[in-house]
Design a protein around this ligand. Structure first.
Ligand SMILES: [Zn+2]
Length: 194
């Protein structure tokens, strides 16, 4: 490396070849040691606005005359912000899952989540970890539901989706090694973890 001989290492080669970019502001809101990787990957894609929602397909659609509606509400074309935040179906899911966090969140898009949570994110407290887990699980299952409907695998109600999100996050929380602080004990009680 750098014109000098050194012992061969795949790690060195990867570091040399991979693109290097500055760490984004929301990195620690997405990647954290207790995260569920498949959920985190979805949030990463959402925040990069890389999902194939219809706002990203408009150029293609204009050539092919497609006018699909949001598969969750059947009212408007979907977009990143509509599908995950302003869609009536998704709003019902959010209103249910957010009853499990003691935190004032009103979201119209993922940037609202970043703005609200970022002042607290450097403090690794259980409550913030729970909020991040809920956010990621909700994003994952909303996109999953959208794809189920796209591929005609059946529709779930907002209540069924909420129950899936709740049980997934609760299962993850059950694997934690909890401290005996008052806030941790309160969280355990809220999530019915013995
Ligand atoms: Zn919708």
């Amino acid at each position: 490396m750098d014109g000098n001989n050194c012992e061969f290492s795949i790690g060195h080669v990867w570091e040399f070849l991979r693109p290097h970019a500055p760490r984004v502001q929301w990195y620690s809101m997405v990647w954290f040691s207790q995260c569920i990787p498949r959920h985190t990957f979805m949030v990463w894609i959402l925040m990069g606005e890389r999902l194939k929602t219809q706002d990203r397909l408009k150029a293609w659609e204009s050539q092919h005359g497609s006018s699909l509606l949001c598969l969750l509400c059947n009212m408007v074309q979907d977009s990143h912000d509509h599908l995950f935040f302003s869609c009536m179906f998704t709003s019902q899911v959010w209103s249910l899952v957010l009853t499990h966090i003691d935190f004032p969140i009103v979201m119209h898009g993922w940037k609202d989540f970043v703005l609200l949570v970022s002042p607290f994110v450097v403090r690794i407290v259980a409550r913030i970890v729970v909020i991040k887990l809920i956010f990621a699980a909700s994003v994952y299952y909303v996109w999953h539901e959208r794809n189920r409907r796209l591929f005609k695998k059946g529709n779930r109600s907002s209540m069924q989706l909420y129950e899936t999100i709740y049980s997934t996050v609760r299962l993850k929380l059950m694997s934690f090694r909890w401290k005996s602080t008052p806030s941790a004990l309160r969280l355990k009680s809220d999530w019915k973890i013995s």
